[in-house]
Design a binder for this molecule. Structure first.
Ligand code: NAD
Length: 497
């Protein structure tokens, strides 16, 4: 019998009583790694109530002690870095190098959480009226919830629970049912670092379990990362139940290539940014907009892309891994077929890709389209595969207009040698994260991850100062203490202005 993925309830890794399970599958071999049980309503409720109970004491743990927990956790994550990368490479499929990056970007958020005493500082104005001071304290919220996608099994859970917990909250994590194994190890290590029982809980499942977390009167804040339709459902349901909600959703990221850019740099960066991680990154470049004569570089790009071969996670020569599931593979291949049917030119078609030794893998080779128009499905929708769409613009202004008309706004980049072009681009572009000669501009955790438009629903973004505000309440205190003139206190003064 396959191993069952445990829940984490009140500090104990336990087997669910549920008979509803899904296999966790290695996407390169179709081998079953484990069975993930969908938690019963009772189990989800136990997780929520346990987190609420733990909050009563956790909120009072001194802030430096919470920071020390994060320091211990950071050290353990570093110690187990490669082991975590191996776990996630097995069920997600990404290459070992990429998997190590996934873990490392998560560790960086934990490092940011070590800084929590400074992040929780309030504000003070003395003497706002005679003898009156006003100051604000930053306090924890209560039970927070995280719902995470398949494509970053380590980084995205680590975007959420360490900062929420460092801010004095307790947390219920619902990891992706496709890749739940990394989250188990992340939480085992958190327990080993000294996280008290009940402070973080974990349940598995899909819509039913998520809906229970969204509608519970106990949960206070919901962090979600995943696709647009699910994000919209979560945002609507969560806010309808008067919760604080942040949803990071799908994307269609454009790279603008100016004719003055260095051709080799552009081509090399586009290859990695478009098909790296099989295009399964929310910040992947899926549209290249060539301005002016730079469109002539497409042939060279095609040649470079044709040399990239996917492969098994531990094959150091593999450019990327398989798609996460058969369903994802069918979806990406259907988009390629649709692009051809709608009249785009497919310069490189990855649908017949095979990898020696892995006949059952979810392989799709690098794919590149030209002659694409904005009404085509392959332009309008997120493909989430190793497919690059190439467009042409006569001027930078035309490129900006094209990108600003796109409903998504997660990330974008421009490659140019012109400071003026770069400055105009960063100012005028309606996208939340901009790279200048950087293809995938994911900010480090002392900034925030600031997607815009359809790529984000909510107000406060992930990590950085914004996440600290998301996971806390501000309490503003106005205080007057009686003056004792007999004891020599100065009387209050006013001036007539
Ligand atoms: P998904 O939306 O299918 O699933 C995400 C989570 O939602 C999972 O935990 C899943 O169990 C849960 N879920 C699925 N259906 C649900 C429903 N009907 N109701 C409630 N919960 C449900 O996303 P995915 O396929 O795992 O991840 C890929 C998507 O995530 C892509 O669209 C990608 O762009 C996006 N993504 C966005 C960011 C970002 O920062 N903007 C980062 C990573 C991934």
């Amino acid at each position: 019998m396959n191993k069952r993925v445990p829940l984490l309830i009140n500090g104990q890794f336990v087997d669910s009583k549920s008979a509803q399970t899904l296999p966790v599958i290695n996407p390169a071999t179709q081998g079953v790694l484990a069975e993930v049980p969908f938690a019963t309503p009772d189990e989800v409720e136990q997780a929520i109530q346990g987190a609420a109970e733990a909050f009563k004491t956790w909120r009072n743990v001194p802030v430096p002690e919470r920071a020390r927990l994060m320091l211990r956790y950071q050290a353990l994550l570093k110690e187990h870095h490669d082991e975590l990368a191996e776990i996630l490479a097995e069920d997600n499929g990404k290459t070992f190098e990429d998997a190590k990056g996934d873990v490392w970007r998560g560790i960086e958020v934990v490092e940011h959480a070590c800084n929590v005493p400074s992040l929780l500082m309030g504000e003070t104005v003395e003497n706002v009226a005679n003898g009156v001071d006003t100051y604000s304290n930053v306090q924890s919220l209560g039970v927070c919830v995280g719902i995470t996608p398949f494509n970053f099994p380590a980084m995205i859970p680590l975007w959420m629970f360490p900062l929420a917990v460092a801010c004095g909250n307790t947390f219920v994590l619902k990891p992706s049912e496709q890749v739940p194994l990394t989250a188990v190890r992340l939480l085992e290590l958190f327990k080993e670092a000294g996280c008290p029982d009940g402070v973080v809980q974990m349940v598995h499942g899909g819509k039913d379990q998520v809906d229970q977390l969204l509608t519970s009167p106990v949960t206070k804040a919901i962090s979600f990362v995943g696709s647009v339709p699910v994000g919209e459902h979560i945002y609507r349901t969560g806010t309808h139940h008067l919760k604080r909600v942040q949803c990071f959703a799908g994307a269609k990221n454009h790279m603008v290539v100016m004719p003055d850019a260095d051709k080799n740099t552009v081509v090399n960066n586009l290859v990695g940014a478009s098909v790296g991680a099989a295009g399964q990154r929310c910040m992947a470049i899926s549209v290249a907009v060539f301005v002016g004569d730079s469109i002539n570089w497409v042939d060279e790009l095609k040649e470079k892309l044709a040399k990239v071969q996917p492969g098994y996670w531990n094959d150091a020569s593999a450019g990327y891994g398989p798609l996460v599931s058969k369903a994802a593979t069918d979806r990406v291949k259907a988009y390629i077929a649709k692009g051809i049917e709608e009249g785009a030119t497919c310069l490189l078609d990855g649908r017949d890709c095979t990898v020696e030794g892995y006949p059952d893998g979810n392989w799709v080779g690098p794919t590149i389209f030209t002659d694409v128009t904005t009404d085509m499905t392959i332009y309008k929708e997120e493909i989430f595969g190793p497919v690059l769409v190439c467009m042409h613009a006569k001027t930078l202004g035309e490129a900006i207009e094209l990108i600003n008309a796109c409903p998504f706004g997660n990330g974008t980049s421009i490659f140019t040698k012109s400071g003026a072009a770069a400055r105009r681009y960063q100012h005028e572009i309606e996208v939340g994260q901009v790279g200048i000669n950087i293809p995938i501009p994911v900010p480090l955790p002392f900034f925030s991850f600031t997607g815009w438009k359809a790529s984000f629903m909510g107000d406060l973004h992930a990590y950085g100062k914004q996440a600290v505000r998301f996971y806390t309440e501000t309490k503003t205190i106005t205080a007057r203490w009686p003056v004792d003139e007999a004891a020599g206190d100065q009387p209050n003064m006013t001036i007539a202005l």
